[in-house]
Write a protein that binds this ligand. Structure first.
Ligand code: ATP
Ligand code: MG
Length: 745
């Protein structure tokens, strides 16, 4: 591509930013105004007109998905693959550095990454070893404390407890946790960043090397950098000041995880010569969506203040649907997606966004039932699924017998007669002897203090792992993976789990083998680059990739499928059709945020992020009743809905008449009926009585055997009539109306 082309597709302000002389720049601009576009074009520009080598460029984004997209965009702009350019997340880049300089970083050469779940298990073990009562010192809180300290760059020795028992105990836990990590050669996510920062602080020559190498730094989503990330970037930038950061204060959504919106301010003081560039034209969304977003975010105080406008027409208004429960909501969304695709559009263009992962299950089930292809990003992510974690744990154990987290996970999965008591004994022995659980298991068996049966069971496990080791020694990664699945008997184990879930787990196991087969750790790596580590082994690379990526978007991204993700992981992305589910008080804004104005504002920014993902159509949906942790809750519609200017919203009503029995269990088409929104008067169609009975949809009922539940569907007539009830304990069931003998609760 020739130079002028790079600038052609940009507006005046974007062009100014892309072609500015090297220096430090802050682009502060609203959603969809082209920040990421400027960043990618800037890289192309630097390479083309300033002769900067791709080796000299370091670009940081927030997710692996965004990083991959960024690389692809630049390569397509340049019409050439860009070897040697470092594009990644903070965590990914930190990991790369630590691999290359493990000695300087004082790490084991084959250190392993602990993900959130492993980390929690480890904290629990630490609590037990310190004889701390988990009821008084919850593991999650301790975990949160440790991560928060690391995010601030603090080691236990830096923390002053002022005689405060809370701090004192947590520092003690933190220190013991550190020791356990060192012993097992394990590094958690926060540690990656902290270590990478310390690596440079403690090795000025190394820092200098990287400062010379990376002459150009670019950071996307800058508003969500935390203290240690900012410090790391600051170190690398040194006083050369060739740095471009782009961000939007209205989209800062990681305050709860230590992100510092103040970094925007800090940047302007740390780089006094920096120039601020603003972009105000939105290219993503229709006028209605943009006005809705602007209206919503205007309820936040203390914004840095930006205007966003668009040349686009208003387009359709925002649709608001009141479902009577979460199942109805899911069904409604599925129907709309079907309509969308029937009009000649693709599944990939549709995104369902929600506040918390727990909401995805019902959506997934509705999609599965209707056989719509979908993919979940974030949350219960591919590499975090139980069955995948189990296989990976076996694989980790092959690589490192001392990986306690993996040992604990699979020593009795599938069940082989090693009970909790035995595992606790192994744990204690490991602790008292300061050895790994693997070694402790061998010791326990040899000491002969356990029953013959237990001894055999332990021996069985040790033999299994050793045989697996021998059987996989010379295999390709995918074959190795296959053998592990077979020998561990995990496949048989999941075959026994009936229904769609079991089936999905088996498919996931297969998907893992496919992922191993297609795994390519080298994309964008220049092997002549002296800073590049020779890969440890494909095996280790794969396991680390699995931990780091935790599936942010695994599988075949080319497949046409509906995209499901939390609002947090939707940052930076855009979709023609967007659903924001669960727009209910208590859920979104989350009830934990209601007490603190600061957190409520962060929730509102999160909603702003959600709304601004939509390009053409946006649906807000909420459920009037919802089962959370087995009990029914009734929530009001989210305040965020009423903060959107009402002329931008149209209420959608279901048209189905429930008083006449419906012959199909699928939800018949709902026709949008434009009306002004009046939240208080809004009811769903749940009010109608079910044919000839005194029951209504959404009503709570009691069944003699299944207990309490809510009526969610009805079909058929007379003796054949069936009713679907979602029971608190038993889940949803279809019952024959004639025999069910349901009583109003
Ligand atoms: P977010 O805040 O959500 O990360 P952003 O500011 O990074 O958004 P981009 O993703 O870069 O915005 O751009 C939004 C959309 O607008 C993209 O589809 C992009 O290609 C398009 N776009 C940006 N600038 C222009 C332009 N000058 N001409 C045409 N399309 C543009
Ligand atoms: Mg962006």
């Amino acid at each position: 591509m020739v130079v002028s082309d790079i600038l052609d597709s940009l507006n005046e302000y974007q062009r100014q930013a892309v072609s500015a002389p090297t220096g430090s720049y802050l682009i502060l601009a609203g959603a969809g105004s082209g920040k990421t576009r400027v960043l990618t074009h800037r890289i192309a520009w630097l390479i083309q007109t300033h002769g900067v080598s791709p080796h000299g460029i370091l670009a940081v984004t927030f997710t692996n998905k965004a990083a991959a997209e960024m690389r692809a965009r630049i390569e397509s702009l340049m019409e050439t693959p860009l070897r040697g350019m470092w594009v990644g997340t903070f965590h990914g880049i930190a990991h790369r550095l630590l691999r290359a300089h493990w000695q300087e970083a004082k790490l084991n050469q084959n250190f392993q990454i602990l993900d959130g779940d492993d980390q929690l298990r480890l904290v629990k073990r630490v609590l037990a070893s310190l004889d701390l009562d988990e009821k008084k010192w919850p593991a999650r809180q301790a975990l949160w404390y440790i991560n928060a300290q690391k995010d601030e760059g603090l080691r236990p020795r830096h923390i002053e407890d002022f005689g405060d028992l809370y701090i004192k105990t947590h520092v003690q836990i933190y220190a013991a946790y550190e020791t356990a990590c060192e012993r097992g050669g394990m590094v958690d996510f926060a540690e990656l960043l902290l270590r990478a920062h310390e690596l440079w602080l403690n090795n000025p020559r190394l820092l200098q090397h990287y400062q010379q190498r990376f002459s150009q730094l670019l950071v996307d989503e800058f508003q969500d950098t935390n203290t240690i990330q900012y410090a790391w970037i600051r170190l690398l930038a040194g006083d050369r000041n060739n740095i471009l950061v782009v961000g939007d204060d209205d989209q800062s959504i990681y305050g709860w995880r230590g992100a510092k919106i103040e970094n925007i301010q800090k940047f302007t003081t740390d780089f006094p010569a920096s120039e601020m560039i603003r972009l105000e034209q939105n290219y993503r969304s229709t006028g209605s969506i943009l006005k809705a977003a602007n209206g919503l975010i205007s309820s936040n105080a203390g914004r840095l203040g930006k205007e966003l406008w668009t040349e686009a027409a208003d387009g359709e208004r925002i649709n608001l649907y009141a479902a009577f429960n979460e199942i109805d909501q899911a069904r409604y969304i599925v129907e709309r997606i079907k309509d969308w695709v029937a009009q000649g559009n693709s599944y990939t263009e549709c995104a369902i966004l929600y506040r918390s992962n727990a909401q995805s299950r019902v959506l997934e089930e509705a999609l599965l039932r209707s056989q719509l292809p979908y993919r979940i990003y974030g949350g219960q992510r591919f590499f975090e699924r139980m069955e995948i974690r189990n296989v990976l744990a076996y694989m980790r154990l092959l690589g490192n017998k001392d990986a306690d987290a993996s040992f604990e996970r699979v020593v009795n999965t599938p069940s082989r007669g090693i009970g909790d008591r035995t595992i606790e004994e192994i744990r204690q022995l490991a602790r008292s002897q300061n050895i790994s659980m693997w070694q402790a298991a061998i010791l326990l068996k040899e000491q002969g203090k356990v029953t013959g049966r237990t001894k055999n069971a332990i021996q069985g496990f040790i033999t299994l792992i050793e045989e697996m080791d021998a059987a996989t020694a010379d295999l390709e990664l995918a074959e190795l993976c296959e053998i592990v699945i077979q020998m561990s008997e995990l496949r048989e184990y999941y075959e026994k789990e009936r229904g769609e879930r079991g089936q999905a787990r088996l498919e996931n196991l297969q998907e893992l083998v496919t992922a191993a087969r297609t795994f390519d750790p080298d994309s964008g790596v220049d092997f002549d680059d002296p800073d590049e580590v020779a890969p440890l082994s494909l095996f280790d690379d794969f396991l680390n990739h699995a931990a780091l990526e935790s599936g942010e978007g695994q599988g075949d991204i080319h497949q046409d499928c509906v995209q499901l993700m939390t609002l947090h992981s939707a940052k930076g992305l855009e979709f023609p059709l967007v659903f924001l589910g669960g727009m209910e008080e208590g859920l979104f804004p989350h009830k934990m945020s209601l007490e603190e104005p600061g957190r409520l504002e962060e929730e509102r920014r999160l909603c702003y992020v959600g709304v601004t993902r939509a390009m053409q159509q946006l649906y807000l949906t909420y459920a009037e009743s919802r089962r959370i942790n087995g009990s029914e809750t009734y929530n009001r519609v989210s305040r965020f809905v009423s903060e959107i200017p009402s002329e931008m919203v149209q209420e959608v009503r279901a048209q189905q008449s429930i008083s006449r029995p419906a012959y199909t269990s699928s939800f018949s088409a709902a026709r949008p009926m434009p009306s002004r929104v009046n939240i208080n008067s809004m009811r769903s169609f749940a009010d109608a009585e079910l044919g000839g009975t005194n029951l209504k949809l959404g009503q709570r009922v009691v069944h003699a055997k299944f207990g309490e539940g809510v009526v969610i569907n009805y079909e058929g007539e007379g003796k054949q009539a069936r009713i679907q009830v979602n029971f608190n304990q038993e889940g949803s069931k279809w019952l024959m109306m004639a025999y069910a003998n349901l009583q109003p609760a």
